[in-house]
Ligand binder design. Structure first.
Ligand SMILES: [Zn+2]
Length: 257
């Protein structure tokens, strides 16, 4: 996860101003998706109450092994309030060089078949929580080589997930990657820095996908204050910025293309 963050931060906000504008619901200038990975308790304790207070809906890519009997009902409640639950696998397999984890959970130990079985099993867990038949996916650590073979295309062909949070998947759906950006921020990030990324998306007329881990706690956190400042900006400018769960925005964008 840490290596991925470094890569994504180096890329920064991928898309800058480019020709053409995308039309969003209600004539809004941009779409913003707030995603939160790894089923962290700070997301339940801090992020979701902040989203609820602002009247905004987020997308939570849950890792099955991070959901406990104590938290499963809270995730279910979040889903019933309109937050999206997404698939981030059961065991979060990553390349061994990136993240210390037991050998059986290193992605070098997987095959494409075991990866897809894990994703299918996580889907069932998510359906038990939210009652939905389909879920979006986010690749753990950005590592897609299961035992040396890329699993993304087999995953797409399997139909197990509707959308994956990466640019190649968006391109395969026919979306213009010039209008899609992702934003991951370090622990020192300020609200102003995150708001600036939103303003760039407004200029671009595109889609900005935020990626968060901990909020005010847990790993790779941003501060609760910076997160709250971002939400306050989004709430205050909701006539210009469409904030919706990942699959909702992808459904709209793919239908409009
Ligand atoms: Zn993760």
């Amino acid at each position: 996860m840490r290596y991925l963050l470094a890569v994504l931060m180096a890329v920064g906000v991928l898309a800058q101003a480019s020709a053409g504008q995308v039309s969003w619901p209600g004539g809004r200038k941009a779409a913003v998706v707030l995603t939160y990975d790894d089923a962290l308790s700070s997301q339940l304790d801090i992020a979701i109450p902040a989203l609820d207070a602002a009247g905004l809906k987020g997308t939570f890519f849950l890792v099955g092994s991070g959901v406990t009997p104590a938290t499963v009902l809270r995730w279910r409640a979040a889903a019933s309030e309109g937050h999206e639950l997404g698939n981030h696998t059961l065991f979060h397999p990553c390349a061994r060089v990136k993240y210390p984890m037991p050998v059986q959970y290193q992605i070098e130990s997987y095959t494409v078949e075991t990866m897809l079985t894990e994703i299918r099993t996580m889907n069932a867990m998510l359906t038990a929580m939210d009652g939905r038949a389909e879920h979006a996916f986010a690749v753990p650590c950005g590592d897609t080589l299961a035992g040396g073979t890329d699993y993304l295309e087999p995953l797409r062909l399997s139909g197990l997930v509707r959308y994956d949070r990466d640019l190649q998947w968006a391109e395969r759906l026919g979306l213009d990657r010039q209008h899609i950006a992702s934003a991951w921020f370090p622990e020192t990030a300020t609200g102003a820095e995150m708001i600036e990324a939103v303003k760039q998306a407004e200029q671009n007329g595109g889609l900005l996908v935020f990626g968060f881990h901990g909020i005010g706690g847990d790993h790779l956190k941003v501060s609760a204050e910076a997160h709250a400042e971002l939400l306050a900006y989004l709430k205050a400018n909701r006539d210009r910025i469409w904030v919706a769960p990942f699959s909702t925005v992808m459904d709209y964008a793919t239908a409009k293309k």
